[in-house]
Design a protein around this ligand. Structure first.
Ligand code: ASP
Length: 442
């Protein structure tokens, strides 16, 4: 068995956590590749190294003394080094970064990537593994998109040379060998590419919770644990806010059907959540519920004589030009509605509306800025007559108005729009109704 694992920032926040990581790795000879994040928060008041590094770059840019912040970063790594007696010269790495900052020869991405780099340098020495820099493994094109064939080739080569290695997460390199970051939380994605390139049997992702739960524990008390979930189900839940794994984690693993096991560093013996292509033997109608507040629905009414499809194409091209992702497009005979995340449109709003008003054939525009979206996901809803009706009845029974609904042919995901004020109530009532009901009882 060949395994890749990843430890997130909270699993690296203190020397105690590092000891747990070593214990896990020492007891499993199958763990060949260990991907690490930057040091995370030890408690609520603490700062993440990645956040500090972003802040350092801004201080430097505006000529404000960044040293107190840099000292915070240094202190975190030095405390780990000292307490665990790790023999590695991390101090000269710090000096090198400061020198390059002062000479203005380090980019923001490179500076921020040092959090993962320092973690990996220390972790490799601590575990007695080889350190392999992600610069040599993860290849991006100039648009910041992964070049998969080259990445896989580089990882295959590294695997043939290094039996056991530690790799920094979150970054790779452009063709000119400058550093490029994934989006925040991207060490999960590094782990996926490592698993893919190494043709691993399993990707174990260690974090501070024992996998996924049917609903957000901040909304529902003690929600039911999910023991297995399919790639597709998880993509839908993550897209709508379930935040345990980065939403791009799954894509690289899908073709080779490499499962992910999400585990808790603090209690690795707990079962965790399996994420795989197909899941079997589950009895619940709904696997999970996630959602987000803060959407805006813009409805476009067309003039009668105008062709709706061409008008939609013109309207959508404006959203595309402004790089505003569209979440959903419900339509009716003389109108269609475009649902977007408010944050994504905010700064561009007035310019966009001005451009949209220029389009010929629009008879009116109306907005509803009080939309929360819910994803109700469950592979067991597929081909199960009546499931949609049962889910909808929960809303009617609890006097919650549904503003929009989208249910695709795949049948495993229902997207619902409610008012922001009804968001928590919707999740709580859906959970209460479906958490423990088995499909046999349907
Ligand atoms: N350190 C990065 C972040 O905080 C990446 C990661 O932890 O996955 O976003």
């Amino acid at each position: 068995m060949y395994k890749v694992c990843k430890f997130g920032g909270s699993s690296l926040a203190t020397a105690e956590e590092w000891k747990k990581v070593k214990d896990i790795v020492d007891h499993d000879d199958d763990l060949h590749i260990v991907v690490v994040s930057a040091i995370g928060k030890a408690d609520k008041k603490d700062n993440k190294v990645t956040d500090l590094l972003y802040l350092i770059y801004q201080h430097h840019k505006y000529h404000v003394d960044y040293m107190p912040l840099f000292e915070q970063v240094e202190a975190k790594y030095l405390a780990i080094k000292k307490e665990l007696q790790i023999n590695v010269d991390i101090e000269s790495e710090f000096e090198d970064v400061k020198e390059r900052l002062d000479q203005d020869t380090i980019s923001e991405d490179e500076l921020v990537s040092r959090g993962e780099y320092f973690s990996a340098k220390l972790m490799a020495a601590y575990l007695g593994f080889d350190f392999v820099d992600s610069m040599e493994l993860i290849n991006f094109d100039y648009n910041g998109k992964i070049v998969e064939p080259e990445t896989v080739e580089c990882i295959e080569r590294a695997v043939s040379v290094h039996d056991y290695m530690v790799v920094p997460g979150f970054y790779g390199s452009y063709p000119n060998y400058k550093i490029c970051l994934f989006s925040r939380g991207g060490s999960d994605v590094t782990g996926s590419y490592m698993a893919k390139g190494a043709h691993a049997d399993l990707y174990e992702n260690f974090t501070d919770v024992s996998g996924f739960y049917m609903a957000d524990p901040k909304i529902v008390e003690n929600p039911r644990h999910i023991s297995q979930i399919s790639y597709d189900e998880l993509r839908e839940l993550s897209y709508m806010g379930a935040s345990v794994l980065h939403e791009e984690t799954i894509l690289p693993l899908m073709d080779e059907d490499i499962p992910i096991l999400v585990l808790n560093t603090n209690c690795p013996e707990q079962p965790g959540t399996w994420v795989k292509k197909a899941v079997q033997g589950r009895k619940h109608l709904i696997t999970g519920i996630s959602g987000k507040k803060g959407f805006l629905a813009i409805t476009f009414f067309k003039e009668r004589s105008i062709d709706k499809l061409s008008l939609m194409m013109k309207v959508l091209s404006v959203f595309r030009a402004y790089h505003v992702p569209v979440e959903n497009i419900p339509t009716s005979i003389d109108s269609f509605c475009v649902v977007v995340e408010k944050n994504a449109i905010e700064e561009k709003y007035y310019d966009m509306i001005a451009d949209l008003k220029q389009i010929n054939g629009i008879a009116g525009i109306e907005e509803d800025e009080d939309i929360a979206l819910l994803a109700v996901v469950g592979g067991n809803m597929v081909k199960k007559a009546g499931s949609l009706g049962r889910i909808m009845s929960v809303f009617g029974d609890n006097n919650i108005n549904i503003k929009l609904i989208d249910w695709g042919l795949e049948e495993y995901n229902i997207l619902l729009g409610v008012s922001n004020a009804d968001f928590e109530k919707s999740i709580k009532t859906l959970y209460a109704r479906f958490a423990h009901e088995k499909i046999n009882n349907a």
